[in-house]
Design a protein around this ligand. Structure first.
Ligand code: 5GP
Ligand code: ZN
Length: 135
């Protein structure tokens, strides 16, 4: 199947992985709106939440619950936005269900403008998150 996220999950395309389990694959967004912008993706391909199972939706949110503290700590944020775009009308670009976690720092404008960090910057953020998860 010609799906970018399926290819990332299978290892065919590279990513800055943060975490994975049987149900969920978690990696940094390549065009973050804030440092630490992370994508939570069900392993099994489905276009949107309702094409997957309720269990997969629960597992997705469980992963957010578990990882959010480490993600925001790693980038010095104190809050975060969660977002899911379902369908073209909502601005969904990648047609494989995903949830955006966007860390937010006190006093920094909350924009949804994509940035273009270097590979090194992305690698460092992913490493910091993974290290915090190991503790
Ligand atoms: P959507 O608009 O579908 O909710 O968001 C898709 C997100 O996937 C965008 O924020 C975009 O930056 C991200 N994205 C698109 N292609 C890739 C990719 O190849 N690798 C990673 N890590 N993120 C991607
Ligand atoms: Zn897919």
């Amino acid at each position: 199947m010609d799906c970018i996220f399926c290819k990332i999950i299978s290892g065919e395309l590279p990513c800055y992985k943060v975490y994975e389990n049987e149900s969920v694959f978690v990696f940094l967004d390549i065009g973050p709106v804030s440092p630490g912008h992370t994508l939570f993706v069900p392993r099994r391909h489905a276009t949107n939440l309702n094409e997957g199972s309720a269990e997969e939706a629960v597992e997705l949110m469980k992963a957010v619950y578990m990882l959010a503290p480490a993600i925001i700590k790693a980038v010095g944020a104190s809050g975060y936005n969660l977002g899911m775009n379902h369908g073209l009308a909502a601005g969904q670009d990648v047609m494989h269900t995903h949830l955006h976690l966007m860390p937010r720092v006190d006093g920094v404008a909350r924009t949804f403008v994509k940035t273009n960090p270097t590979q090194e910057e992305l690698a460092e953020v992913a490493m910091k998150i993974r290290n915090l998860l190991l503790r």
